[in-house]
Design a protein around this ligand. Sequence first.
Ligand SMILES: NC(=O)c1ccc[n+]([C@@H]2O[C@H](COP(=O)([O-])OP(=O)(O)OC[C@H]3O[C@@H](n4cnc5c(N)ncnc54)[C@H](OP(=O)(O)O)[C@@H]3O)[C@@H](O)[C@H]2O)c1
Length: 333
Amino acid sequence: MNTDAATTRAWIQPAYGGPEVLEQRTIDPPAPGKGEVLVRVRATALNSADAKILRGKPGVLRLGFGLRRPRNPVRGMDVAGTIVAVGEGVDESHLGDEVVGEISGGGGGLATHTVTRFDRVVPRPAEIDAVTAAAVPLAGGTAWQALRLAGVGAGSRVLVIGASGGVGTYTVQLAARSGAEVWALCGERNRALVERLGATRTFDYRTNGPESLPEGTFDAVIDIAGKAPLRVVQHLVREGGCVVMVGGEGDGPFGPIGRMLHALFRSIGSKRRFRPFAARATASVTSTLLEMVARGELAPVIERTFTFDEARDALAHVDAGHTVGKVVVRVED
Ligand SMILES: NC(=O)c1ccc[n+]([C@@H]2O[C@H](COP(=O)([O-])OP(=O)(O)OC[C@H]3O[C@@H](n4cnc5c(N)ncnc54)[C@H](OP(=O)(O)O)[C@@H]3O)[C@@H](O)[C@H]2O)c1
């Protein structure tokens, strides 16, 4: 089988740590197993999850990704590229397909070639370039699923906390497009951007945080930043409303788990409920979002692109926590 991957280069993470642990190496080409495909990577978008796995923090994530070092040492979950080999059970007619998706295995995109389950990728519409397409799956899918869980739609008033990052820029656009009235908290420098994306009212989280907003104002709060006191966030929603808990680092080895348990406790007997939330990679949602992008109904916000050789700097930028929209590595340049 010609895998077209004789010289696979990859950014390897041999241990948990900061971006300085990353090393670029030439590795054996990965081989697609049953139900898998080998993708020649064109572009890989980074997410804050990549930075968390890089550092192995919070410690609880090491239970899933490897106790002493990451089992999969290559970061990068959102990939656009070309299928160059197929494993058992995948039809050879897919060779040469341009695809995009949140790949299986918890990473692999910061490499010239990567393997993923075939059912995790979808065709890339011809109107969308690889960099733009790669920016869609994880952050866009998270926004889509969080808004569905909250029941946001025409006539809702929703508050997005953390509106300027990867997930936030999609959440604001999708909520506004659904007909909801969107209020948003972001840094002062990003207020104009977030208003262009569809927010009718924006507030600088550093000077006018959630505690300055009127109680009982929202049908739903999508809390992506996850830093405001639970008591404050809970009282922002009206009776019958909910707070979807998307993000937040939390303290200590258990990360956000303590905050989530506390939130569930606060929900008992309350008419203002917290909804802990974990997005699931869903190819059909990626397809839907890509179609919206192709029709001009959704515009991925891409703050910066980096070359493959600059991938360490790209991860350092995401790790710093001040990304505006998405960061994408142009692997094929
Ligand atoms: N539950 C799930 O399934 C799921 C899925 C995806 C992501 N997440 C989580 O969601 C969180 C956000 O992810 P992301 O990829 O969107 O992150 P990101 O792109 O790194 O978000 C960075 C943005 O957040 C803004 N920000 C930081 N603190 C803020 C605060 N207190 N209030 C308002 N805005 C704030 C920053 O603005 P400034 O630069 O002005 O500070 C920056 O623009 C992370 O904790 C991530 O792990 C969860």
